[in-house]
Design a protein around this ligand. Structure first.
Ligand SMILES: [Zn+2]
Length: 453
């Protein structure tokens, strides 16, 4: 048995909606593709790619050739989509239209979910935390509850002594507290589902949603966790994944702020592990501009952490920062300002990454690394500069996930093999780095083992 058994049998970062493979989609769409409402896919695809796709044509071709791979160009993510969340969302919506048809029109979503669960069991997964975000436009409390209850019930029902699944509810970043309160009221009525719902996640678009806006949600959750530790909910947060809208300093700060708010697992954190020189060369003008409000937040952060930053070799000029702050406060918060990257600034950014990685390590925070997703969606130009190298050197805890295995075309086991290959380390060395990922599961905080030990 491979000594990477533990890492290959525990999946902590996977979105249900991204699990369907091209084979699954062909099977699920074969008899129904002409009746499926493709409006969502067509409109998001047109927005991202500039033309309206013809999913019925793709299906008829794939069926004629008996070749699910014929669907892949319109569904799986490739290098041309790198760093573009709109393109990712458009392709994601292909599966979502099929998902919705099986859910709302056929009333047979459980059959679709069972395919996903079966796939993971076939791969040998023993513990898994699935996550899902209720579709947009279904924000009414009944729809929100129906969505999560259907998935949570299916997850509860699939558990057996060799396969334990749990559910992390993804909350919208712009209405987290309201949705959390709805979920809480619902769970008060469903104590039988509580053991299976272990945490909350923040995903989808990251740009434009500063973590500081979630302060009220985190305060409420922290109070609830303190009052009711047996029903502790963890928070995992996608951050530093796609962050072209702001400076590298602010992107690094966001990762730190999320930890200060109380998240104990962070999705991706590319901002902390990708060399700044590589980051700024990924796209024209990458990270060159940011809003006045972000710059102000960065200056306030630097003033607050002045002493600690100095200890890490980062020189803070208090006088200059105070002066800049005064000027910025007179300007519109939305105005975007440009700051050029010098060699010295890039050096300082590397030190800031070290500082925040150390804070994560000190707080026992785990970074959920999804290698293929990072390469494609996260716009990492080459495996040799993948942030996982830096994370391993820093000693921060890391767990490997597949994110959206259907869209990225790699299983968890293949993701782990990728890491072994590209880190150029032995299985046993990687095993030591990764420890036992089951120890990072949210349900652990409830002091109950999923396997009854
Ligand atoms: Zn994710």
């Amino acid at each position: 048995m491979s000594n990477l058994f533990l890492a290959k049998t525990c999946e902590l970062h996977v979105h249900i909606g991204g699990c369907l493979s091209a084979e699954h989609l062909l099977e699920l769409g074969r008899e129904h593709y002409k009746n499926i409402d493709w409006t969502l896919y067509k409109s998001s695809y047109q927005k991202a790619f500039g033309y309206i796709p013809d999913p019925c044509q793709y299906f008829s071709q794939a069926i004629a050739d008996e070749n699910p791979r014929a669907l892949e160009p319109f569904y799986t993510i490739d290098k041309k989509d790198a760093g573009d969340f709109n393109r990712f969302q458009a392709k994601y919506d292909f599966g979502l239209c099929i998902f919705r048809y099986w859910w709302h029109t056929l009333g047979r979503v459980n059959e679709l979910l069972d395919r996903i669960f079966q796939q993971h069991q076939n791969e040998g997964i023993r513990y898994i935390e699935y996550r899902a975000l209720a579709p947009h436009g279904e924000g009414a409390s009944k729809d929100l509850v129906d969505f999560h209850e259907t998935i949570a019930n299916a997850i509860r029902d699939v558990c057996n002594k060799n396969f334990q699944a749990r559910y992390i509810i993804s909350l919208p970043r712009n209405s987290s507290l309201a949705c959390y309160n709805i979920i809480k009221q619902w769970l008060d009525l469903k104590p039988n589902l509580r053991p299976y719902i272990v945490g909350f996640d923040f995903c989808h678009f990251e740009e434009g949603f500063p973590p500081a806006q979630l302060r009220d949600f985190f305060s409420q959750l922290h109070a609830d966790n303190t009052n009711d530790p047996e029903n502790y909910f963890g928070v995992t947060y996608h951050v530093g994944e796609i962050f072209f809208d702001k400076s590298l300093e602010s992107s690094i700060r966001w990762c730190h702020e999320v930890v200060e708010l109380g998240a104990t697992r962070l999705g991706h954190c590319i901002a902390l592990g990708l060399d700044p020189e590589v980051s700024i060369n990924r796209k024209p003008n990458a990270h060159l501009f940011e809003s006045v409000s972000e710059r102000i937040a960065q200056i306030q952060y630097d003033l607050k952490y002045n002493e600690q930053l100095k200890d890490w070799g980062i020189e803070i000029n208090l006088y200059e920062l105070e002066k800049e702050l005064k000027t910025l406060k007179k300007i519109s918060k939305e105005k975007r300002i440009k700051r050029i990257y010098s060699k010295d600034r890039l050096t300082e950014i590397r030190l800031r990454q070290n500082f925040v990685l150390f804070q994560l390590k000190k707080s026992n925070v785990v970074i959920e690394v999804c290698p293929t997703s990072n390469l494609l969606l996260g716009c990492i130009p080459d495996p040799s500069v993948h942030p996982i190298h830096r994370f391993m050197e820093s000693g921060v805890s890391v767990t490997i996930g597949s994110d959206d295995p259907g869209l990225f075309g790699r299983s968890l086991s293949e993701e782990i093999d990728w890491v072994v290959r590209h880190l150029k380390i032995s299985n046993s060395q990687l095993n030591r780095h990764l420890q036992n990922p089951v120890d990072f599961r949210f349900s652990k905080r409830r002091n109950k083992s999923p396997f009854g030990k």
